[in-house]
Design a protein around this ligand. Structure first.
Ligand code: NAP
Length: 541
């Protein structure tokens, strides 16, 4: 990969990749397939990323298992059998381990090391990394596969460190199982992680207290074991499943109904929603009438339908009202899928604390004190989310050309080219960085990794060693991102998808944080860049 005109510096590797989650593993596979030398730096002691760290009770897919796995290897698709429609975390971790072994990726991964800084050396044309073990590997290219939801955040509540019992964040869960049997347990947070945790912990806890600041709209997952017949059908139908994912707006097997909720007669509309409520997965979110996520009237009708479901399922009407979101409409935040979540609130050992009425004053050595009273706990679970999308980038001192820091470049909000490149950061390629399209994540990962690999192949074949996006190309992409965000109700709501995290300085305001157009549109635009010979990028020998 080193052409004649490049500097005399011989890098340790052609490519350094940060992260051995599903994105990093697949990127490593593709880079090695190109005949390039590569090394992955991984903070954990094993592969898996999200599925390595998020070992909390009840963690599982919300995407159908068979729509989530890698598609690049037909043999892998046929050989791997998912056990449930929505596989639990231990199975997905085993899947990541299986992929690492099957494709002989492990020898190229250094585990248990964190990247502290990465600096572009322009004369040497290499990225120089500083790891926490003191080593300083360098490479021609740096690829970040560090995740959109990989930096857990704790609430800014005084006294957290003083608690004498067990404290766990869902995304930094101990490897040894935590036993909740008969224990007094607190869960703070009711997003997708909190909901999955709560419905599992409620089965064994002596007493479970849920501290809720904002309720979320949740809908039934309808998980189940995959029968032998279903397994055969899935394996015979992979090309159809993957085609559906490719064509759907967010990479799931669910596609919107072409009708508008407001045009459908009420009885028919109600029957459609009843049906969706009994079906598996995100159909009720992604397969809803096409106006539900963009039209206030349609959204209000849908919200009313789900509110009625919550009232039917939760016996205590006061508790039911607390569980119904009032400040955002259905589906405008990531929809947690649940299994008897609302029924948990009918259990005598479960209590809901509404933090909008009685906020937490502090964590004490024995529990939690709210403005109303003192609670004692054996275990406190923080299901309080992530410094999302750009959080993992903010934690590495990344320096580009002329010593520009990425934090400075992104001070007024992240600005990227397809979430892949930054102006002033030659040879830094991000897999799913800010402003990329998210959705069903492995579907998006595969596309982004393939795009990056395509660029590397082009550079190898044309003896090019340096790539930097032109600033005007970033401007053009950001304009596309801005336009795509117009009209989506989710962009008017505080959530990690709009870059809001009350526990992180400077992240209290909504920003443009991701490309919210459709997957097919994203891919068409990125494909056009490659097909046009990468004119948006400055490529040099
Ligand atoms: P989240 O959606 O950001 O939820 C965090 C929760 O913690 C919210 O209820 C939040 O309340 C609460 N919280 C944060 N700070 C607080 C504070 N200081 N005091 C009280 N409450 C506080 O995080 P998450 O549940 O970990 O999920 C993040 C994303 O990860 C999901 O949206 C999804 O994309 C992904 N995920 C996927 C799966 C899956 O596929 N099965 C499972 C879990 C997570 P507010 O709403 O008031 O801020």
């Amino acid at each position: 990969m080193t052409p004649a005109t490049a500097s005399p510096v011989t890098p340790d590797f052609d490519v350094l990749i940060i992260g051995a989650g599903l994105a990093g593993l697949y990127q490593l596979y593709r880079v090695r397939e190109l005949g390039l030398s590569a090394c992955v730096i991984e903070a954990g002691s094993d592969v898996g990323g999200t599925w390595y760290w998020n070992r909390y009770p009840g963690a599982r897919f919300d995407s159908e298992s068979y729509s989530y796995g890698f598609s690049f290897s037909p043999e892998l698709l046929q050989d791997w059998s998912w056990s449930e429609h929505f596989a639990p975390q231990p199975e997905t971790l085993r899947y990541a381990q299986h992929v690492a072994e099957r494709f002989q990726l492990r020898p190229h991964i250094r585990f248990g090391r964190k990247v502290e800084s990465a600096r572009w050396d322009e004369p040497g044309r290499v990225w120089r990394l500083q790891l926490d073990d003191g080593s300083q590997p360098c490479a021609r290219f740096l690829i970040t596969a560090i995740g959109a939801l990989s930096v857990p955040t704790l609430p800014r509540i005084p006294g957290i460190e003083s608690f004498q019992g067990v404290s766990c964040h869902t995304a930094n869960w101990p490897k040894e199982p935590v036993d909740f049997t008969g224990k007094r347990v607190a869960v703070i947070g009711t997003g997708a992680s909190g909901v999955q945790t709560i419905q599992e912990v409620a089965k064994t806890a002596g007493h479970l207290t849920i501290f809720q600041r904002t309720p979320n709209w949740c809908a039934p997952l309808h998980n189940g074991a995959i029968t032998d017949d279903e397994q055969r059908e899935i394996k015979a139908g992979y090309s159809d499943i993957l085609q559906r994912c490719r064509e759907s707006p967010a990479g799931f097997i669910h596609t919107p109904d072409p009708r508008r909720a407001v045009d459908v007669p009420p009885a028919e509309r109600e029957a459609f929603w009843e049906k969706r409520y009994t079906e598996r997965g995100f159909g009720i979110w992604m397969g809803n009438f096409r106006d539900v996520l963009v039209d206030r009237e349609a959204n209000a009708l849908m919200s009313d339908f789900v509110a009625r479901k919550i009232r039917q399922r939760v016996k205590n009407p006061v508790v039911a009202e607390k569980l119904i979101p009032k400040n955002h409409g259905f589906g405008t935040r990531r929809l947690p899928l649940e299994t008897r979540y609302y029924e948990v609130y009918n259990q005598p050992n479960v209590e809901l604390v509404d933090l909008t009425e009685t906020p937490i004053d502090r964590v004490t050595d024995t529990g939690i004190r709210t403005s109303a009273r003192e609670f004692e706990f054996d275990i406190i679970v923080y299901a309080t989310g992530f410094d999302a999308l750009r959080g993992a980038y903010d934690r590495i001192d990344l320096r580009g050309r002329d010593d520009i820091s990425l934090q400075d470049l992104w001070r007024g909000g992240a600005r990227t080219f397809f979430g892949i490149q930054n102006a002033g950061f030659p040879n830094l390629l991000m897999v799913m960085g800010p402003m990329c399209a998210l959705g069903n994540i492995v579907r998006s990962i595969e596309y982004n990794v393939d795009w990056v690999a395509g660029l590397l192949r082009h550079m190898r074949d044309h003896q090019l060693s340096r790539v930097e996006v032109r600033p005007e190309s970033v401007d053009a992409w950001m304009e596309i991102v801005r336009k795509a965000s117009i009209g989506l109700l989710s962009n008017e709501v505080n959530s990690w998808m709009t870059g809001v995290n009350s526990n992180v300085d400077g992240k209290s305001e909504r920003v443009l944080a991701r490309y919210s157009g459709t997957g097919p549109e994203f891919r068409a635009k990125a494909d056009a860049v490659a097909a046009g010979g990468y004119r948006e990028l400055d490529l040099n020998a």
